[in-house]
Write a protein that binds this ligand. Sequence first.
Ligand code: FAD
Length: 288
Amino acid sequence: MKLHELFGQGRTIFSCEVFPPKKTAPVDSIYQTLDGLKDIRPDFISVTFGAGGSQVNQSTREIASLIENQYHIPAMAHLTCVAAGKEDADRLLAELNEAGVENILALRGDVNPDYPSKTDFKYASELIAYIQKRGDFGISAACYPESHPESPDPVSDIRHLKEKVDAGAQHLISQLFFDNDDFFRFLERARIAGIDTPIEAGVMPVLSKNSILRMVSTCGASIPQKLTRILARYGDHPDALREAGIAYAIDQIADLIAGGVDGIHLYTMNNPDVAKQIAGSIASIRNI
Ligand code: FAD
């Protein structure tokens, strides 16, 4: 099933993101993550693509195939064009096709100094157009409620987002954000610009002060007053921060759903217990 077909049926879509286990982690740790996630029956699970190119990223394909064929949950494989040129993309797409994985999140990615960048595609829109020509994949793309950090202004960011949709992206997933007003303002700009694909809101529960500060420094998300107070008070108390972070995410999601968002994409950080707690708390409100 192409993921965009899930939308528009009167309920809020709920999806999860996982990443392939780090080289230092046991490979089967992904089973623990997926075993936990299967209990909450997300509408789909996406699998990130690392910086190391297609050979290293075989695990993205393998995990996506596992989700699709063993867990029977629709899977979406991420693919970045800084790490994959045309040949890599051709090979990965053929393998995904063979594995029955029908959905791709087509991205540019960020340059990683440890790996040489591929140069066949400059922007995600070019990769999207390339995949679109094959005709056999559902294509999703990334969007940025607070604009992409390299964008000179929100207008050019929306213009380039529209190019991705015109190139063939049928569904968008947002970068994480902590202030829903940023998302709702972005949504309005996107709709005014004629972007009418489903747009899922990316939500990341705050579980660790350091990791969230690292994350926002790379992706450019801002931290509102309410979250600053939480980090200041509970930042050095992991259990308290975990409770407050989950409560913050649930509050954010309830407000997004009340505001009519198409879907929630939960950045699970491979933590199924947190995902379960959040999914359990929003089970009824998702269906109204
Ligand atoms: P693009 O859409 O190409 O945009 C990049 C920048 O170029 C933007 O500033 C845009 O405005 C600008 N731009 C676009 N077109 C033009 C043009 N024609 N002329 C001038 N400027 C232009 N990274 C990973 O490495 N692996 C992952 O698995 C991964 N998953 C992600 C999932 C989500 C939901 C999100 C939101 C991000 C993810 N990322 C991932 C991070 C992403 O790769 C980075 O944010 C990256 O910097 C931009 O990727 P993009 O696909 O949005 O790029």
